[in-house]
Design a binder for this molecule. Sequence first.
Ligand SMILES: [Zn+2]
Length: 176
Amino acid sequence: MVIMPRKALIVVDMLNDFIREDGALYCGKRAQEIIPFIKEKIYEFRREKSPIIFLQDSHDPDDPEFELFGKHCVTGSEGAKIIEELEVKNEDYIVPKKTYDGYYNSDLGKILKENQIEEVHLVGVCTSICVMETSSSLAKRGYKLVIYKNGVADFDPEAHDFALKHMEKIYGAEIA
Ligand SMILES: [Zn+2]
């Protein structure tokens, strides 16, 4: 019998402020085009009973990050909500984060340990920022990474291409 590694799907920052055209930090059309792919992955992981973890940018109203990016995803605001198309269920995890890195100062590590996860699959935005920073943290802690090139997007296409290459060559991620 082949024992499959325990895997989880991490959905990064698919929030109104990043995905809606009128969002505070809209990531562009490409970010909307990945929605059907992500829905399919969520469906696949649900069917296999593998955990689904939504990372949620969640800032204080005076977060210093706003100096770089402007105000977005303030905790409890409409902009910080996960887009309704992804139909979050009660059994899913929602992990708020205050930085680009979804592992840093969050419950992500605890959730992965509790579920004995060995392999994490990532989708969401932005490829070169929160997806890459979170991947970096996970790679350092020995998780096997799978990044779906049709499931991640970035407002900067060059940064997107660089990030995929970097995660593959430097973090050892499988680009699927
Ligand atoms: Zn942010």
